[in-house]
Write a protein that binds this ligand. Structure first.
Ligand code: ACO
Length: 150
């Protein structure tokens, strides 16, 4: 898989981004200040992530998603390692990520990539999303915040 920055003139892979975040409005908001990377295999975009500066030394992975046909094959892990590498190259000191309390698999993946839980933004998804979100039979209410020092 080749991982590269999405060219400004290219179409945004919205279908992929929506796998990670049900709100197109939120996606457009963080795409304005973020940099979108794509993972490409045989000319097809199969993965995406968005890196956005939060503070001078801190960058956040705002969205990460892998095409459903390619999930569970190590692609997500490759994308996260690439995000970490890019953040280091740009001299950030910390990389952050946030996910729902119901996102069990994502919490597994991020911790396997070296992120540690540092906090909980209680009711983030209740405050920011008009429709209730359910995943793994759990009401997604809180955002679990994770951090990796670079
Ligand atoms: N349950 C348990 N472990 C899991 C799960 C799961 N559901 N998903 C991944 N993992 C673990 C795997 O066991 C694997 O560990 P290993 O390398 O030790 O074997 C590791 O995480 C990496 O798995 P990958 O195969 O690289 O993960 P994948 O390519 O499927 O990508 C992703 C993970 C991005 C979460 C993908 O499943 C996806 O696109 N999901 C839908 C969108 C989404 O939820 N995105 C994240 C939202 S939060 C945010 O965007 C900031």
């Amino acid at each position: 898989m080749k991982i590269r920055k999405l060219n400004k003139k290219e179409k945004i892979p919205m279908d992929l981004l929506l796998l990670a975040d049900p709100s197109e409005k939120m996606i457009h908001n963080y795409l304005k200040q973020g940099v979108c990377f794509v993972g490409e295999l045989d000319g097809q975009i199969i993965g995406v992530f968005v890196l956005s500066q939060q503070e001078p030394n801190i960058v956040e992975i705002m969205n990460i998603a892998v095409d459903e046909d390619y999930q569970g094959k190590g692609i997500g892990k490759q994308l996260i390692h690439h995000a970490i590498k890019s953040a280091k190259e740009e001299a950030y000191q910390t990389i952050e990520i946030g996910t729902g309390n119901s996102s069990i698999g994502q919490l597994t993946l991020y911790q396997k990539c070296g992120f540690r839980i540092v906090g909980i933004d209680r009711d983030f998804f209740v405050r920011n999303y008009p429709e209730p979100i359910y995943e793994n039979g759990i009401h997604c209410r809180d955002m679990i915040r994770l951090v990796k020092e670079l």
